[in-house]
Structure formats: structure tokens, C-alpha cells
Design a protein around this ligand. Structure first.
Ligand SMILES: *Cc1c(COP(=O)(O)O)cnc(C)c1O
Length: 466
């Protein structure tokens, strides 16, 4: 399988290179040159398979040039046996024909584990083969750094440095990152804010000379193709559990960078009957404004009760735009260069073709809390704020009550207790047993000044073979 850039100018790459690359050299994102397509009969034959086996069937065509089948199977077994539920992605029923798929049974209690637990293993496998080493550098405002750290904890050929703003992340968030043991794991608390952290990462990628050519930086952010790939699988799993592929499904997806829902779009293109995808956003609603009025325009960042969806632009949306423009990289490049200067629209027929599949909604903090309370009162079931946005949008956008509506449950409620308190409920979400001793575990992190040279000096001194 070859991968091409959405802006049409960068060289095509194979899976291994795509895995190790962030942005393409032309500023685009990599997508498969063509997708595998499965017949209904083939999909039907996967009914009842354990998650790891289903994952193999769905993903193997994407990696087959780089990884022998048995090695990939082993990797998948290891990855998904680390989830605290036998079915890996259990479904919970909310109402007639309405479901939540719990994607938060992994080590850090959010759906990002599905991709990052696999990504760490893929990276290590490819680096071992190539006798290479990489340094992963990333910044987090608190809620997503832990999944990357957990994903890399066993990697022999990867050192990971995650920057977070000192004293500006919650204790649960900090502890989820700093209690992971491993001599390749480095938490840095920067005496600054999240933007400072992000800027240092960006500048370090731009000029890697501080590593003196001995290693290279790699990114595991949400544009990484392998992450998208891993997220396609659970759409198949949910559908097969509810009577697919002999009936179609609707999914509502709490959306930030458009990675998770783009995986659903790919599942459909690969043959899974999906009749509706709901883009559920919070007040950072650039995608909702686009889907409802064909106007794509950046606005100020809002801080909400669902911080993992606080974005100004959704980086993976470019991958959909590429398809909407008949895979014309030059057209995408033009559009996005214009979008950097002001509002843009796409041709009406292209926008309408997107609207055949996608609906959208923007849910504010009050409606988020109302939904958490409502679902708790109806079902004694606690939603985290991101999932609550998905459920609210699913209910607002539903087209056909005979089609199962599945909201992706993206985080465990105990990860975001503030929203539960805000919703007026007096229940306290409990951390699951495998996390219950989080507050007794030993922490390891280094506090550094808000200074690029100091942070880079720390990196170049502390990666494993420095
Ligand atoms: C990352 C994240 C999202 C958004 O997912 P995207 O793939 O960026 O759209 C939603 N909810 C939670 C809890 C997340 O961590």
C-alpha cells in the first residue's frame, strides 16, 4: 500500500515511512492511495470474532508490505489484551436503538489508547528492523499526554518527552503521566502555559540541530496515519454486534481534530454500511459551522468542560476535503492557503455530497451538563462531558429511529470530574480498580524554566544513548 499527500506534491511513501513521518513535506497529510474494500459476505463472516482478530482483518491490508502477518497478529493480541474488558469496546444501551460504545477501558481511560497502544508497538517494531532510534516530543494541556506516554512505555527504540505547563494541569492528569515508570519516559513541567509548551515543540521540530544528528524527532499527534487506521476497527465491531452489515448504522462522534470520525468515514468506504455520521462539537464549532452553512472560518479558542475537543481548526479535516475535491491536491492546497487568510467555502455540490453522510451539532457547557444529569436520572449511567456532547448531538440530529445510533464514548467519567460536579449530581465517579491506587504511586518529573535552550539541553542530555 502506498500513501500520498493531500496537497499532491510530496513523494508517495510506504507504511514504514508514513509511520515515522508527521506532516508531508508539502504541508499535507498522508492518506492511502486506495482503500481495501470488503464485501458484505466477508464482513458478515467476521461476526463474533475477538477484537484483536477483527482488528487484524480490517488493518492488515494497510501494513502488509511492512509487517509479516504473524508479527502483526502478535502485536494486536498484546495491544488489546491490555484493555480492562473482554470485549475491548463494550456497548451500553441508553434507550431503544440507542447505544454508547465504551472506548475508555484502556490504560489511560480514553479512546486514544486504541491507537497509541498500537502505535508504540508499531514504532518499536519498525525501528528495531531499521536499527534506528527516535525521540518523541509533544506538548499537552493535561488530558492527552498520558495516552502517548503509556503507549511508549515499553519501547526500546523510543524516548518520549512530554511537556506540560507546571501547576496548570489537574492532579489526576499529572499523575496519569508522571507515575508511568520507564527510563525512556521523561515528563517536563515547564514554568509557562500550554502555548509555551507547544511553541517549544514546534521550534524543536523546525530545527533539530540540538540533537547533533544522533537521533531524530518523531510526532505521535493525531495526524499520524497509523492512529486513524487503528480507529477504523471499532466501527466494524459495533456494527457486527448490532446486526451489521445486514443493516446500516449511525454514529455520533465527539469531535476535535476529526481523527476519530474520519475513521468512521473510512469504515464506510471500506464497505461497512453506515448511513449517518454526526460530528458532535463543543463551542469550538468550526466543523458545525461548515456543515450547516458551507463556511469554513477560524474563530477564537474557547475553554470548555470538554477540553479534549477545544480546538480552533481540525487538522484531519483536510483528509476529507481531499476526497471532496476528487483527490485533487492542488485544489486542497489552494483552499487551505486561502482559509489561512479568511473564511472560505467549497463548491455547493461538493458540500452537498458531504452532507449526505454527515450531520453536525455544537453543544455548549450547559447542554453538556444537562445531558449528563438527564442520562444519569434515566439510566443511573454517568457520561463524561465529551461523550455527553456526542449523546446530545445524536439525539438532536437523528434521521431515522429504526437505524441504531451509536455514540462513541471517548473518556471515562472519572477523568473529568468537574463536569459531573457542574451538572449538579452528587455522585462521585470512581476510578476503575486498575487505577485506584493512582494517588499512592510514585511520581517522576522535572521542572524547567520556560526557556527553549534549557528544554532542548535536557532532551539532548537525557535520551537513552545520549
Ligand atoms: C481526543 C479526544 C476527542 C476528539 O477526538 P478527535 O479524533 O481529535 O476528533 C474526543 N474526546 C476525548 C475524550 C478525546 O481525548
Amino acid at each position: 500500500m502506498r500513501y500520498i499527500s493531500t496537497r499532491g506534491e510530496a513523494p508517495a511513501l510506504g507504511f514504514e515511512d508514513v509511520l515515522l513521518t508527521g506532516l508531508a513535506t508539502d504541508g499535507g497529510l498522508y492518506v492511502p492511495e486506495s482503500l481495501p474494500h470488503f464485501s458484505l459476505e466477508e464482513i458478515r463472516s467476521w461476526r463474533g470474532l475477538p477484537y484483536a482478530e477483527l482488528a487484524f482483518n480490517v488493518m492488515y491490508p494497510f501494513v502488509e508490505d511492512a509487517i509479516p502477518a504473524d508479527d502483526f497478529r502478535k502485536m494486536l493480541d498484546e495491544t488489546y489484551s491490555g484493555f480492562a474488558h473482554q470485549s475491548v469496546a463494550p456497548l451500553v444501551q441508553l434507550d431503544s436503538n440507542e447505544w454508547v460504545m465504551e472506548l475508555f477501558r484502556g490504560p489511560t481511560l480514553a479512546f486514544k489508547d486504541f491507537a497509541l497502544q498500537l502505535l508504540g508497538r508499531l514504532l518499536d517494531y519498525v525501528l528495531e528492523k531499521r536499527k534506528q532510534h527516535v525521540v518523541i516530543m509533544g506538548a499537552t494541556s493535561g488530558d492527552t499526554g498520558s495516552a502517548a506516554i503509556e503507549g511508549c512505555r515499553r519501547c526500546e527504540h523510543v524516548d518520549i518527552f512530554i511537556l506540560h505547563p507546571y501547576q496548570r494541569v489537574s492532579e489526576v492528569q499529572r499523575r496519569q503521566m508522571t507515575t508511568v515508570q520507564g527510563d525512556n519516559i521523561h515528563n517536563i513541567a515547564v514554568k509557562g502555559n500550554f502555548d509555551d509548551c507547544q511553541r517549544m515543540v514546534k521550534e524543536s521540530f523546525g530545527d533539530q540541530s540540538f540533537l547533533r544528528g544522533k537521533t531524530q524527532l518523531a510526532a505521535v499527534n493525531s495526524i499520524n496515519w497509523a492512529r486513524i487506521m487503528a480507529q477504523i476497527v471499532y466501527y466494524f465491531q459495533a456494527s457486527l454486534a448490532l446486526g451489521g452489515p445486514d443493516r446500516s448504522m449511525a454514529f455520533s462522534v465527539p469531535t476535535g481534530n476529526f481523527g476519530d470520525i474520519f475513521a468512521g468515514y473510512l469504515a464506510k468506504k471500506m464497505g461497512l454500511p453506515i448511513s449517518q455520521l454526526v460530528i458532535a462539537t463543543n463551542r469550538n464549532d468550526i466543523l458545525h459551522r461548515f456543515m450547516s452553512g458551507n463556511r469554513y472560518e477560524k474563530q477564537q479558542l474557547e475553554h470548555t468542560l470538554s477540553p479534549s475537543m477545544d480546538i480552533m481548526v481540525s487538522s484531519n479535516f483536510e483528509r476529507l476535503l481531499f476526497d471532496l475535491h476528487g483527490r485533487d491536491g492542488a485544489a486542497v492546497k489552494d483552499l487551505l492557503e486561502n482559509a489561512a487568510k479568511g473564511p472560505v467555502s467549497i463548491e455547493d455540490y461538493r458540500w452537498k455530497s458531504a452532507r449526505k453522510l454527515f450531520d453536525s451539532d455544537a453543544v455548549d457547557d450547559k447542554a453538556t451538563c444537562d445531558t449528563i444529569r438527564e442520562i444519569y436520572e434515566q439510566n443511573e449511567y454517568l457520561l463524561d462531558p465529551h461523550t455527553a456532547i456526542g449523546v446530545r448531538a445524536a439525539r438532536n440530529c437523528r434521521r431515522d429511529a429504526t437505524v441504531p445510533m451509536i455514540t462513541l464514548g471517548t473518556a471515562h467519567p472519572a477523568k473529568f470530574p468537574d463536569a459531573i460536579v457542574e451538572s449538579g449530581l452528587s455522585v462521585k465517579p470512581q476510578l476503575p480498580p486498575h487505577m485506584a491506587d493512582l494517588f499512592e504511586r510514585e511520581e517522576r518529573y522535572t521542572v524547567l524554566e520556560n526557556d527553549l535552550a534549557e528544554v532542548q539541553g535536557f532532551l539532548s542530555k537525557h535520551w537513552k544513548n545520549a
